[in-house]
Design a protein. Sequence first.
Length: 729
Amino acid sequence: MNDAIFNILFSLTEAIGIVAYVAFVWPSQAPVNEQLCLYFLFVAVFFVLFGFVRKFTGSKRHKPEEWRRWNIFLCIEIILTFFLLSALFKLIIYDRWPQVAQNTYHTLLALLLINKIFHRSIINFLENVYAFVQAERNRLLLTKVAVGGSIALIILLLYLPDPLGVVARVFVGEQFHNWDTVYFAPAYAYSKGLILDVDVISHYGLGMPIMMYYLTKLMGGLSYVHLLIVLMWLSIIYYIGWFLLLRRWIGGVLIPMATILFGIRTQLFRPGAYPITFTYPSGTPLRFFLDVVVFFLLWRHIKTRRDIFLYVSSLCCGFMLFYMSAEGLYLTGAFYLYLLMRLSTRFMKQQPEIMPWSISIHFFLVPLITFVFIFLAQGQYIFSPIFWQNMGEFRDYFFSGFAIGPMDGSLKSGNFLESLMGYIVPIVYMLTLLVAGTFWYLRRGVNFDKYLLAVIIAFQGLGLYHYYALTGYPGSYYMLGLPYNILLGFWVNEGLILMYDARRRLVALGLMVVCLWALLTNYNFISYPNLMNLSRNPLVDTSVVQFPVGRATYFNHLFREYPESGKFPLNSLGESDEKLKFEKDFISDEDLKAYYLEENDFSIDAKLIQKWTTPDMPVPLISSFEVEMLQQADRKPFFYYFEMLNSRPLRMRMFHDVLFYTHQQLARTTGSLEQRKPQYLFMERIFLNNKVPASYFYDIPGMIDLLEYVDEHYEPIDTGFYLVAMKRK
């Protein structure tokens, strides 16, 4: 009888609470924070009434199953309430774009009400699922499904269904500045037969633009769309590789997947990565994509002792030194540390079967492989002093103090969380080196060899951390901090080993769900135009797109509020209207793509260049879009510093500075014009204006000096759309 009374009163208590909430709270127009307070009041009243029911019916006479089901119900309530608080936090943080967070908030409120109405059916369903998962006969099938689902989820999260639209967004937002500097300009120069770091500069390593050229060539040719597709798939494969390595290394599916989701959240969708992370390719896995291959090979060598894995690792490290010197150096250092630790086991007679010569040979093999790759790319110039001098140009800038900032800069500027993380990351690396290294040396644990790989990853992470330690740039520890995320996953897994199986799986599942929630509700991810985007037009819809902090738009955000005092009366077309476009000016993503195809058509200026030059002539071109114009004209660049100008819309009534950091770079550019004396030179028509604002002589002196040289030695002979052809006097 007591059971029947309990169930009736329990249901009656729920019904009263639900009716009260639906009648007074749900239809109210109160602010979200007030609604949340009313909801918590409703929850508190519900729990008080339930306590009274429990006291009245006598808990000792109640079946244990009912209290177990009550605990499940309570856990569901706590979980949904946690997510509700997170949604409220997003509403406060993203108060300029509250639509998505509001929808999430109300969805969670609905789920909480549904749980109270249909809690018995929900609990029965969860118990059936739990029984199915726990059954030993289903374990292998579930593992295969979980692994396949995890790989599919990574693809779903990062796949871009509309690469042309993304390229159009980067064009209107950043004018391809970062893309040209990192890989398109040197890749195009290489495609025209020029020697990198001899004929043209390569800012981010020697091998990276060469590899990007060949990968895009397989897709049909060098283009921005193909570059984006290569970059996207490299990232997808990179994270899948780390997931598979974690599966082999620490085991399971849930913790490896939680680690990867956390890594994607912090590395690709970090603060400042707007509107999408691929806008800044130097902060993506493109920078160090082979490290996961090396670590996977080292783990296989740890388990099998087969020398073939060391030889392939040497090949990868040698290629990475050629690909991007700094990142390759840290990866090679981690590889060398592994070799030294292996040799130490031989000398300590812990593993006497190891042959010293089979380990030591790789110390010499890595630089030899690097030499071979450089020789294949540069030919005879590998023996030229000018090549090695150019290779060290930016290294010398950093050594002389270029772009150096204090590590405590974020602390002084009030970014306390960033400053805290800036110190936590190296602490995790150092503790891993000390603790994991000690466990491996003392042979502690059932599988003590796993600590060896943790030491190697921590060593590489410390090397990558140099970027933040050197520049103090906020958030850069996220950009290069995937080893930190991997090690957190490793140590969390080590802690979960202390739990029994059922609880360990529940905790691991909870961690994965929290990491997935943190990713899906991150605004950088919400604005990412993948298949999961909530908008039909994710590239122009202001309810999901992300804007720079303190600015009302991303499109042309650098020029929207450019002062009139720094502009000319007319632009290169003789017009006063600059026709800058912003998100509100596009009805759909299709309009954005049509605008991009129209504005990126430089066929008239390409014909002007072709008219006055031959295919074998290097063309001196001074323009914000010199890379695109030369590609459409099918001509090779003349200047060593290519790309040379800061990008800006060509209809602007102003111009930016050249990308020179020293007087020597300006002297080298004008010196090449003086020494080689090209007969024709091309530049934007607005550069013919001699009446520049006075501020230009202070803000962009390099540009003024370059234009003065051109004015002294060249005269106009023909015009195109944006460009004017100049002939040497």
